[in-house]
Design a protein. Structure first.
Length: 609
């Protein structure tokens, strides 16, 4: 558009010059040669804009065309002032028009150069006045006065037209800027992302209205460096580095830089944050910025968007948690195969080895006592395999939710005594003293007796297995502590306590997980697949109860199962009141007291016969 206006204006001036040339020839017919040359040069000067048009048409450089026009015009004004009064020439007024015309280019640098050209032309007129022209006087005073007056009026008129043109050119960009700014602000306010403008130092100069929803803060409260105060302290270096890298991009680079940051959300009562502890919450956001450049391509700031990615981060955390769970499940499978293979190999080797001996008459002939021993070992190995398979089946049904329990009335105290008698042989084999203690005030229980028997047998078996020779195991049935009583029923605690090897505190949280033992290596001292406690825990939870472990290394272990007297009358809300299945708390002094008490008074409690 500026090119078209430049060409049109200069062609118009050229046409006017051609139109006035005959008139000047007619007016100067009777004058001297000097007068002719003086007046004839005026329309010739008016033809010089055609040179600028030719240059612009060839090169397309508008700024160069304006400089050519300014230079030629200034040179001609210096020339013609020598014939029209020197420094007093009325045509010198056109030197003031030259900067106005060059201002149409919209380039401040070119306008300054045009102003320097005009200043040089004035200096040249003064120098020529003092050195060459002397007291110059017009060649034809009357004609010169007329032309001078016309020249001044033309200059004033042309300057007025230029000022109008400049105003229009100035208003048009301002109008476009205002329109663009309105569109920009409208878009910024309609987006859910927070849009910010940062100056060259990184301070914020504009914030969109979305900050109210994302940061719970008004836009004006995030200007300057206040947005920086909302960045989570560990993420502030990443925020500054992203802005710095964005603004230090070289010419031609327009990379959008991204950083994931945690931002502190202000509480309604506090708008400025200096510490994460003052924030109502911390939220994950995605910060993207790109450089803003001026007309010369110099970076003057950055435009950034901040988007809430809390949901995406939550999904990523869920995926990571699922991956960890999958890895744990895979580790559980590997551990299961290792443990079960180890547990199966020993009895199978016993069965296969001794059955091969018995299958060869020459090896078993005339040795009935040894044959009976071999048969007993084969029987024990088969019984061990059967127990392992039954335990695996129970664990599988518990994990799949297919383990069915059938509540019925029975005496839990009698069941406890029965289980102790069943385990007495194993206790005697390990030289462990087995005691039981029941509260005789216990009412009839409404639960699954088969599941309760399995709980007791697993706990007593574990206690005996992990006790050394001469240790003691106590099975107790008593009312639960007051914090386990509810408004609709009562709870009891079934505990098995030993003073054996105990468990390290860091290993207690792992117990109750299938195929996990405190000692998991294949060369461990004690046999077992690590599913006994997990079965106990699962059966207790099916009865809406819980399991608690108290242990201390070298002091012994106490496993307590809390059960309702009537599992059918316990509501879901009461079930939530039961304690966590696994807790790690210091073991009370009862094992030591038990050991001392039973050594001094072996009849304490009920010793199983």
């Amino acid at each position: 558009m500026r090119h078209t206006a430049f060409v049109g204006a200069h062609l118009l001036v050229g046409l006017l010059a051609l139109a006035t040339l005959p008139l000047f020839l007619l007016l100067s017919r009777s004058d001297s040669s000097e007068a002719v040359s003086s007046f004839f040069l005026l329309p010739l000067w008016m033809l010089t804009p055609l040179l600028s048009v030719a240059y612009l048409s060839k090169t397309g450089r508008l700024s160069g065309a304006f400089l050519i026009t300014a230079t030629l015009t200034a040179a001609f004004l210096v020339w013609i002032s020598g014939f029209t009064g020197g420094v007093q020439s009325p045509h010198l007024i056109w030197l003031g028009v030259i900067p106005l015309e060059v201002a149409l280019s919209g380039n401040g640098r070119i306008a300054k150069q045009a102003l320097m050209i005009c200043a040089t032309a004035i200096a040249a007129v003064w120098v020529l006045q003092l050195t060459v022209w002397g007291e110059a006087s017009p060649v034809n005073p009357s004609l010169t006065a007329v032309i001078g007056s016309l020249s001044v009026m033309a200059a004033i008129l042309y300057a007025g037209l230029l000022s109008v043109r400049l105003r229009k050119l100035t208003d048009m960009p301002l109008g476009r800027v205002e329109t663009q700014e309105m569109v920009y602000r409208s878009n910024a306010y309609s987006l859910s992302d927070v849009i910010t403008h940062h100056d060259r130092s990184g301070d914020v100069s504009f914030v969109s209205e979305a900050s109210k929803a994302l940061l719970n803060t008004n836009p004006e409260d995030l200007l300057d460096n206040k947005l920086f105060q909302h960045i989570h302290i560990p993420d502030r270096p990443a925020y500054l580095r992203t802005l710095s890298d964005c603004m230090n991009q070289t010419a031609g680079e327009e990379k959008i830089l991204t950083a994931e940051l945690r931002i502190m959300i202000a509480s309604p009562a506090k708008q400025h944050l200096d510490d994460v502890q003052e924030a109502a919450e911390v939220r994950w956001v995605e910060f993207k910025c790109m450089p803003e450049r001026d007309e010369q391509g110099v970076v003057v700031g950055a435009i950034a968007t901040t988007r809430d990615i809390s949901t995406r981060k939550a999904h990523q955390a869920a995926l990571e948690e699922a991956r960890c769970e999958a890895e744990k499940a895979n580790e559980g499978k590997i551990r299961f195969l290792a443990n079960v293979t180890h547990e199966l190999r020993t009895p199978l080797n016993t069965i296969i080895g001794f059955s091969e001996i018995l299958s060869h008459p020459e090896l078993s002939k005339d040795n009935d006592e040894r044959n009976r021993e071999y048969a007993s070992l084969i029987h024990n190995g088969g019984h061990h395999l059967l127990q392992l398979v039954n335990a695996l089946l129970d664990m599988s049904r518990l994990e799949s939710g297919n383990f069915e329990i059938t509540p019925q009335q029975f005496n839990l105290c009698d069941l406890t005594q029965s289980c102790c008698k069943m385990m007495q042989a194993e206790a005697d084999q390990h030289h462990v003293t087995l005691f039981s203690e029941c509260d005789k005030s216990m009412p009839e229980f409404n639960a699954d007796p088969r599941a309760c028997r399995q709980i007791l047998l697993n706990l007593i078996s574990n206690a005996v297995k992990f006790s050394d020779s001469g240790d003691q195991v106590k099975v107790a049935l008593k009312w639960a502590r007051k914090d386990h009583k509810t408004s609709t029923g009562q709870w009891v605690e079934l505990s098995v306590r030993d003073n054996g090897i105990g468990i390290n505190k860091e290993d207690i949280p792992k117990l109750g997980t299938p195929f996990v033992q405190a000692e998991n290596s294949l060369d461990r001292r004690y046999e077992g697949a690590g599913i006994g406690l997990s079965i106990v825990r699962g059966l207790a939870e099916l009865h809406k109860g819980s399991m608690r472990i108290e242990s201390e290394r070298g002091q012994g272990t106490c496993v307590t199962v809390t059960l309702p007297v009537d599992m059918e009358t316990v509501s879901d809300e009461e079930d939530k009141l039961t304690p966590n299945s696994l807790v790690s708390i210091p073991l009370s002094s009862e094992p030591t007291e038990l050991r001392t008490e039973q050594k001094e008074n072996p009849t304490s409690g009920t010793k199983v016969a």
